[in-house]
Design a protein around this ligand. Structure first.
Ligand code: G1P
Length: 291
């Protein structure tokens, strides 16, 4: 029986240069999709999956992320006095319980693998989740919950995967699989950002992982990979002889908020999924499309 997954690592140290000038002062994770910062969707998904401790791997200039998840007594008092209960509720929903948030600084942007390695002490020797907030998922069951449920059955590493067009394999960690094995696919190898003609499949890792702590020892080697960065994918690949690795074709749709067009797509998709908004939004989108 696999250990319960209680901790999530959220790498949020990136400079977000693709979204300049918006990200000159505001962390990209704090830019809202509709009315909520992108990172709050990630935290809500994790809480709904049973995560109790949040480890933000952060950097200078990104203090507003931790502030966002802290209590705001002045605002809460004001909203209480004015009986603005709905607004009070929104503020409280964005607050993590005392002791649930840990911050660790990644001094140098050396890659995703390095960001995860920074959390080693805080995670310790237990399975843990990694969430990349840029990847947003709309689903019936929270994507991370789907992974944790699968992990309870098979253990090891379980990551969310989806098929991508072959000309995009160089943007993702790609699984080497022995034939198509359906929803939960065992990988025999992993490659970070292979060129389309070199990719062993088109099954790509998206930003949700449940990992065995064995990965930390491999990350500790600080080996550089694609883009001269310390890659999580490479460290996972080196554990495959001893730790089973499964890719879960999750139920739901992923939106890549790491690109400007993906960000617009996410806003439209989450707007259309919002019961208060969808009836107003649909005719607007139809009108815009007919221009
Ligand atoms: C990272 C990982 C990659 C994964 C991707 C998912 O890449 O290195 O393996 O497929 O996230 O979004 P990045 O998007 O940081 O370049």
């Amino acid at each position: 029986m696999a250990l319960r997954v209680r901790k999530a690592v959220l790498p949020v140290a990136g400079l977000g240069t693709r979204f300049l000038p918006a990200t000159k002062v505001i962390p990209k994770e704090m830019i809202p999709v509709i009315d909520k910062p992108v990172v709050q969707y990630a935290v809500e998904e994790a809480r709904a999956a049973g995560i109790e401790e949040f480890i933000f791997v952060t950097a200078d200039g990104k203090e507003s992320i931790a502030n966002h998840f802290s209590g705001h007594p002045v605002l809460e008092r004001m909203l209480t006095e004015k009986k603005k209960n709905a607004e009070l509720q929104l503020v409280r929903e964005a607050t993590l319980p005392p002791g649930a948030m840990h911050l660790i600084k990644q001094h140098d942007p050396l890659g995703l693998g390095h960001a995860v390695w920074c959390a080693w002490e805080l995670v310790g020797d237990e399975p843990f989740a990694v969430i990349l907030p840029d990847d947003m998922v709309l689903s019936q069951t929270p994507c991370l919950k789907q992974l944790i449920d699968a992990h309870a059955r098979v253990g090891g590493h379980v990551v969310a995967v989806e098929d991508v067009p072959r000309d995009q394999t160089n943007r993702y960690g790609i699984l080497d699989i022995a034939g198509d094995q359906g929803t939960l696919t065992k990988a025999r190898g992993l490659v970070e950002k292979p060129a389309p003609d070199k990719a062993p499949s088109t099954l790509a890792i998206i930003g949700r992982y449940v990992l065995d702590p064995a990965v930390f020892k491999e990350l500790d080697r600080h080996t550089r990979g694609a883009g001269n960065e310390i890659q999580l994918t490479d460290a996972l690949n080196r554990t495959l002889a001893t730790v089973p690795f499964h890719g879960l074709r999750f139920e739901g749709r992923r939106y890549d908020c790491g690109t400007r067009v993906g960000f617009i797509e996410a806003n439209v998709a989450f707007g259309l999924a919002n019961p208060e908004m969808k009836d107003q939004l649909r005719p607007i989108i139809e009108r815009l499309l007919s221009l």
